[in-house]
Write a protein that binds this ligand. Structure first.
Ligand SMILES: C[S@@+](CC[C@H](N)C(=O)[O-])C[C@H]1O[C@@H](n2cnc3c(N)ncnc32)[C@H](O)[C@@H]1O
Length: 264
């Protein structure tokens, strides 16, 4: 489906997002607007001992923006859904936390990310992590089947964030948790930035103003329990850094709980 939001062509945007994250999967050593890999993960707060337990090649393609596992508090036996799972870093950590009786389901649109995560799960014998092709606005899971939805650096990429939070709420059991890291802005971004598909694909152009982001989560039926800034995250290209300084683009981690009545 092609729609135009402002002057942003969403079909073009999807093609660019897939192109960029295909490269992150296949050539993580290349330069992007953002950092990737294990040094980034450790700086964001991922314990080295946890990273040592999952495939190193997944961490090479890690492109998250914050840490949230202490907020997610995944318990053995739980079902975890990772929206935009990339090469699998967070899904593998979630699978370890959920144990043999639990499951982590990663959803992504980029074939190369899915193929890499699936291959690495097989090679490492992580049988309770599976990866499904799909959109975070309509993840392929049964309604009310998930205990915890996680997502790292992805929701900013969606042109329809309320649809993503509504989909998370639908997937969760009543009272379920949403534990995510994402990019938000202090000030609403101008069209020059939001219509730049390359800055959008780099996790800047699509970032929502932080109060609106909170409202979109609450409107889907969640109560936000905790929200913090991740000062350790920074963009690296000059273009990205300029936009970051000017509009207060920051990474946040947050925990929200779905009401006991379930999704709205
Ligand atoms: C910044 S990367 C983060 C990947 C992973 N969460 C990590 O921390 O390494 C964004 C990922 O989201 C995927 N993605 C972007 N938009 C998506 C959408 N609408 N539906 C599903 N996946 C999407 C991309 O293919 C990419 O793998």
């Amino acid at each position: 489906m092609t729609t135009t939001q402002g002057r942003l062509d969403t079909a073009d945007l999807t093609a660019r997002v897939k192109g960029m994250y295909e490269e992150v999967a296949l050539h993580p050593e290349r330069e992007f607007h953002f950092e990737t890999g294990r040094p980034l993960a450790e700086r964001l707060g991922y314990p080295a001992a946890d990273l040592d337990r999952i495939p190193a090649a997944a961490i090479d393609s890690f492109a998250g923006v914050g840490y949230f596992f202490e907020l997610a508090a995944i318990a053995p036996g739980e079902v975890v859904l990772d929206l935009g799972s990339g090469s699998g870093t967070d899904a593998f950590l979630a699978a370890l936390a959920a144990g043999d009786a639990g499951t982590a389901i990663g959803v992504d649109i980029t074939d190369e990310q899915l193929a890499k995560a699936t291959r690495l799960a097989g090679e490492a014998g992580i049988a309770n992590a599976e990866f499904r092709k799909g959109q975070i606005e309509q993840p392929p899971v049964d309604p009310g089947s998930v205990d915890c939805v996680i997502s790292n650096g992805v929701i900013n990429l969606s042109p329809d964030k309320p649809a993503v939070f509504a989909a998370a709420a639908r997937a969760l059991k009543p009272g379920g948790r949403l534990a995510i890291a994402d990019i938000v802005t202090a000030a609403q971004l101008p069209e020059g930035v939001t219509c730049d598909a390359s800055l959008w694909a780099a996790c800047i152009g699509g970032a929502m103003q932080r109060d609106r982001y909170r409202e979109a989560i609450e409107d889907a039926g969640f109560e936000i329990l905790e929200l913090r800034d991740n000062d350790a995250y920074r963009f690296i290209s000059d273009r990205a850094d300029n936009a970051t300084q000017k509009y207060g683009v920051t990474s946040i981690s947050l925990l929200a709980r779905l009401s006991e009545e379930g999704s709205r």
